[in-house]
Design a protein around this ligand. Structure first.
Ligand code: AHR
Length: 518
C-alpha cells in the first residue's frame, strides 16, 4: 500500500472500463421499498433524534421539523420500527395512552431507561405526516403470539373491538393499515433477548404468522433470517425456519454491517461482494425449500438492516452501564464510507428481482445519515448523499449492464471488478440513470458506456462523491464539507465517456426518447 493510499488521498494511475447498457437486459421493476430506513429506540435515534419537544423547531406533536425536512430530502420509502434488539424486550402497551400515565421501564437490550414518551401511535402518525410506509416488528424474544396479535389488532382493526376502541380513545379512530410486519428481530443471535434455535424460532414464527394472517391474509410477513453471513447457523437457519413458515411469510430478513477490518480498505470498498453472496445464498436456500415443497412461490429477501458500522469501535462500549437516553453508536462517516454506501445501494438494485425491502440502519444519530445536536442543528453525513440521490432518481426498470475492466485484488473476496454499476430506466419519464462506483483506491477509470440501444440521448446531470481527502467528513462547523459535485462525462453517437476518480460514486442521468415496448 502506498503512503498516499494509507492516508486516504487520491492518486493518479489510470485504467479503462466499459459498460454496455441495453433496454432488453432487464432484471425487473425496481422495488422502491429498498430505499427503507430504520428507527429504533436506541441511543438518540428517537429521543433528541426525530423527537424533541423542547427543540425550537418542534412541531405540535413534539417532533423536530428540521429533522423531518432532512428525512424528506433523504427520501426513504418505508421505516422499520421499534427495533432492532430493543423490540425483543419491548412491551408495546407501555407506549400508548396518556403520556403522563406511561411507565418508565428499563430496556435491557441497550440498558437504557425508556420513558415511553414515543410509542406506536406517535411513530405511526409521524409516518402518516411524512408519507412514509411503516414496517412494524413484534416481540418474539420475551413475548409471543398473543402480544403480537394484540398489537396488530390495536393498529389495524376497525373499531368495535376492545383493542381498536382503545386506539380510537387514544386519538386515532381509523386503522393505520400497517401492511408489513417483522416476526421478531435477529432471533439467531445470542445477544438477543430470548434468542432461539432455528427449530424453536421456526415454530413460534409459524404460529404467530398463522394468528396474524387469520386477522388479515393480505399482510406481508418477514421471518427472521440470519444476523449476518458469518453466523454459525447461516444457511441452516433459513432452511429450517422457512420449512416451517414457508406458506405464511412473504419475506426473509438479512442483516449486514460493513467496516474496514484491520485496515483492509480494499475489501471494505468491495463490501457489495459480501452482500451479493449473502442475497444469492438466501435466495438459493429459499428456492431449495420451495423445490422440496413442490412450490413455485418465491420468498423475497428483506435486507432490513444494512450499513457501515465501525463495530470494532463499538466493541469497546459493550460494558454498558444502565443509563438515561444518551449517545450510542454515533459513527461519523467519511468519503470512502459514502462510496461504499452508494455501492451497496447499487447491489440492492441489481437484485431487485429477489430483494423486496431494504432498510438502512438507522435513520438519525445511531449509525445514521442524519446527525443532530440536542437543542441545536441537524446535518447530513457523507452517506446521506448517495442514498438521497439514488432514492430520488431510481425509478422504473433495473437494467443489468455488461461490465468489463480492471479488477482489484481483495483479501476477503479475491479479485473483484473495480467498476461496480447498475442502470435504472424510467421509460415513462424518458430517463436512464447510471449508478456507478469506482472501487479502486489507486486508479482513476476512463469509463465508456455503449448506449446504442437507446435513442436521442442527452446528459441531464452527472454528479459524484469523491474528494482528495477520503477521510473528510461533515460536521456542525462544516456541514457541507462533502456534497455531490459535478462529474466529468460527454455523450456522442450513443456512447458516453466519463472519468471516475479513484474511490468515487456517481449518478449519471441521461434523457432518452426511447420508450418501453411493454
Ligand atoms: O442497528 C443496531 C442493531 O444492530 C440492531 O438493534 C440489531 O438488530 C442489530 O444487531
Amino acid at each position: 500500500m502506498t503512503e498516499q493510499q494509507q492516508a486516504g488521498t487520491a492518486s493518479t494511475e489510470r485504467g479503462a472500463a466499459r459498460m454496455k447498457v441495453d433496454p432488453d437486459f432487464r432484471v425487473g421493476p425496481l422495488n422502491r421499498r429498498i430505499f427503507g430506513s430504520f428507527v429504533e429506540h436506541l441511543g438518540r435515534c428517537v429521543y433528541t433524534g426525530i423527537y424533541e419537544p423542547e427543540h425550537p423547531t418542534a412541531d405540535e406533536y413534539g417532533f423536530r421539523a428540521d429533522v423531518a425536512e432532512l428525512v424528506r430530502e433523504l427520501g426513504p420509502t418505508i421505516i422499520r420500527y421499534p427495533g432492532g434488539n430493543f423490540v425483543s424486550n419491548y412491551q408495546w402497551e407501555d407506549g400508548i395512552g396518556p403520556r403522563s400515565e406511561r411507565p418508565v421501564r428499563l430496556d435491557l437490550a441497550w440498558k437504557t431507561i425508556e420513558t415511553n414518551q414515543v410509542g406506536t401511535d406517535e411513530f405511526l402518525q409521524w409516518c402518516e405526516r411524512l408519507d412514509l410506509e411503516p414496517m412494524m416488528a413484534v416481540n418474539l424474544g420475551t413475548r409471543g403470539i398473543t402480544e403480537a396479535s394484540d398489537l396488530l389488532q390495536y393498529t389495524n382493526a376497525e373499531t368495535g373491538i376492545e383493542l381498536a376502541d382503545r386506539r380510537a380513545k387514544n386519538g386515532h379512530t381509523d386503522p393505520y393499515g400497517v401492511k408489513v410486519w417483522c416476526l421478531g428481530n435477529e432471533m439467531d443471535g445470542p445477544w438477543q433477548m430470548g434468542f432461539k434455535t432455528p427449530e424453536e424460532y421456526g415454530r413460534l414464527a409459524e404460529e404467530t404468522a398463522r394468528a396474524m394472517k387469520r386477522f388479515d391474509e393480505n399482510l406481508e410477513l418477514v421471518a427472521c433470517g440470519s444476523s449476518n453471513r458469518s453466523m454459525p447457523t447461516f444457511g441452516t437457519w433459513e432452511r429450517v425456519v422457512l420449512d416451517r413458515c414457508f406458506d405464511l411469510v412473504e419475506h426473509i430478513s438479512a442483516h449486514a454491517y460493513y467496516e474496514p477490518i484491520d485496515g483492509d480498505h480494499d475489501s471494505f470498498l468491495a463490501s457489495a461482494e459480501d452482500m451479493d453472496r449473502f442475497i444469492s445464498s438466501v435466495v438459493a436456500t429459499a428456492d431449495h425449500v420451495a423445490a422440496a415443497k413442490g412450490s413455485s412461490k418465491k420468498i423475497m429477501v428483506s435486507f432490513d438492516e444494512w450499513n457501515v458500522w465501525f463495530q470494532k469501535r463499538w466493541a469497546g462500549e459493550k460494558k454498558l452501564e444502565i443509563r438515561e437516553t444518551s449517545a450510542l453508536i454515533e459513527d461519523v462517516y467519511d468519503v470512502e464510507d459514502a462510496v461504499v454506501i452508494g455501492s451497496l445501494l447499487i447491489e440492492l438494485m441489481r437484485h431487485t428481482d429477489r430483494v423486496s425491502i431494504a432498510c438502512q440502519a438507522q435513520l438519525v444519530n445511531v449509525i445514521a445519515p442524519i446527525l443532530t445536536a440536542p437543542g441545536g442543528a441537524a446535518w447530513r453525513q457523507t452517506i446521506f448523499h448517495p442514498f438521497a440521490l439514488t432514492a430520488k432518481h431510481a425509478h422504473g426498470t433495473v437494467l443489468q449492464p455488461a461490465i468489463s475492466g480492471p479488477g482489484i485484488d481483495t483479501a476477503r473476496y479475491g479479485e473483484v471488478s473495480a467498476l461496480h454499476a447498475t442502470t435504472v430506466w424510467n421509460a415513462e419519464a424518458g430517463e436512464l440513470v447510471i449508478f456507478a462506483a469506482n472501487r479502486d483506491r489507486a486508479t482513476e477509470l476512463d469509463l465508456t458506456v455503449d448506449l446504442a440501444g437507446f435513442d436521442e440521448l442527452r446528459i441531464i446531470e452527472h454528479v459524484h462523491i469523491a474528494d482528495d481527502d477520503r477521510r473528510a467528513f461533515n460536521s456542525p462547523e462544516q456541514p457541507d464539507r462533502i456534497v455531490p459535485k459535478p462529474g466529468v462525462s460527454t455523450l456522442t453517437d450513443g456512447r458516453l465517456t466519463g472519468v471516475l476518480p479513484a474511490a468515487s460514486w456517481h449518478c449519471i442521468r441521461i434523457a432518452t426518447s426511447s420508450r418501453s415496448e411493454d
